[in-house]
Design a protein around this ligand. Structure first.
Ligand SMILES: Cc1cc2nc3c(=O)[nH]c(=O)nc-3n(C[C@H](O)[C@H](O)[C@H](O)COP(=O)(O)O)c2cc1C
Ligand code: SF4
Ligand code: SF4
Length: 291
């Protein structure tokens, strides 16, 4: 019986979490949700984990559709670890709903606050040197819980958060209207294709050597933080700019957003750009996975 942890990540926090947990439980395959779920079924797994960031107080859409399509052993020990910066919202409830429809019970749920990475809206905060050690400490505790097969009710959003979600999140959800139109590629691009390889949504193809965005972007920031030439920018232009200017949902954050060339970018310090290109790996590395 196998052990699999499925993760979605843009800037590595969730991949790092998957590795820390896999390290503790041992002999575990960690699989990126950029893979095809039919290639990595969990129907013969004894432990099945899900780790992902929180987007707009919920689960990232690509993670939702991955889990929808995944076969899971109904007798498995199933857990979730959500990685928000601060507000988890309904990110765990959403997964529980999907699993419930499949007849699967979520047995352990937890959240780990981590560095906020939404680079097109703000620089990373809190400072990685302050936040990363705290994140690591909580991850180790959670890994121990999971190793011991503890059960824990998954975190739920308070009534207040549910009530406020629409109003608070609308300016950010408005950004989705523009999809990936605002991404810009500067003349510094060297056509290396790394942005395409790290994208967990298969959203970038190289056309004539230059990245072309295919309009199913999750705004995960992987391409932005991985480009060796910092050639990817973000600027709302043309018709989209007019739409934004006439929007009722202007907030200071939306107004200042964009990706100035000198803005600080964040990637989890334990995760390399090469790691972000991976579809799967055995972890810890020296142990062979049982078939
Ligand atoms: C599009 C987007 C939306 C986000 N929305 C939230 C949010 O609603 N609540 C929150 O606490 N953090 C939010 N974040 C921050 C991420 O959840 C957080 O930085 C996470 O640890 C990133 O994980 P990763 O490195 O695995 O991609 C958002 C980040 C992005 C890119
Ligand atoms: S990673 Fe940067 S340099 Fe490489 S193809 Fe993409 S935009 Fe160009
Ligand atoms: S295009 Fe960039 S920001 Fe959008 S999903 Fe792909 S890697 Fe993430």
């Amino acid at each position: 019986m196998g052990r699999r942890i499925y993760y979605f990540t843009g800037t590595g926090n969730s991949m790092r979490a998957a590795r820390v947990i896999a390290e503790r439980i041992g002999n575990t395959e960690i699989v990126s949700m950029k893979a095809d779920p039919s290639d990595y079924s969990a129907k013969d797994c004894e432990i099945v984990g899900f780790v992902y960031p929180v987007y707009h107080w919920t689960m990232p859409a690509p993670a939702e559709s991955f889990v929808e399509k995944l076969d899971i052993n109904p007798k498995a020990y199933v857990f979730v670890v959500a990685m928000p910066s601060f507000v988890c919202g309904i990110a765990c409830e959403k997964l529980a709903e999907i699993l419930d429809r499949k007849g699967i019970k979520l047995q352990y749920g937890n959240i780990v606050n981590s560095v906020a990475n939404y680079a097109i809206v703000y620089p990373p905060f809190p400072s990685p040197w302050l936040m990363v050690p705290k994140t690591e400490k909580k991850l180790k505790k959670i890994a121990e819980d999971i190793f011991c097969r503890k059960t824990r009710p998954y975190p739920r959003a308070s009534k207040m958060i549910k009530r406020k979600r629409d109003r608070v999140m609308t300016p950010y959800l408005e950004l989705q209207k523009y999809a990936d139109n605002p991404f810009t590629i500067s003349k510094d691009c060297i056509s290396c294709g790394l942005c395409s390889r790290v994208c967990p949504c298969h959203n970038i193809v190289l056309e004539g050597g230059k990245p072309s965005f295919q309009h199913h972007c999750a705004n995960c920031m992987a391409c932005v933080v991985s480009c060796p030439k910092r050639a990817i920018g973000y600027e709302i232009r043309g018709e989209d700019r007019k739409l934004l200017d006439s929007s009722d949902y202007k907030t200071p954050l939306v107004e200042i957003m964009g990706l100035p060339a000198k803005r600080k970018l964040y990637r989890n310090p334990y995760i390399t750009v090469n790691d972000l290109t991976k579809e799967r790996e055995l972890w810890p590395k020296e142990v062979k996975h049982e078939k």
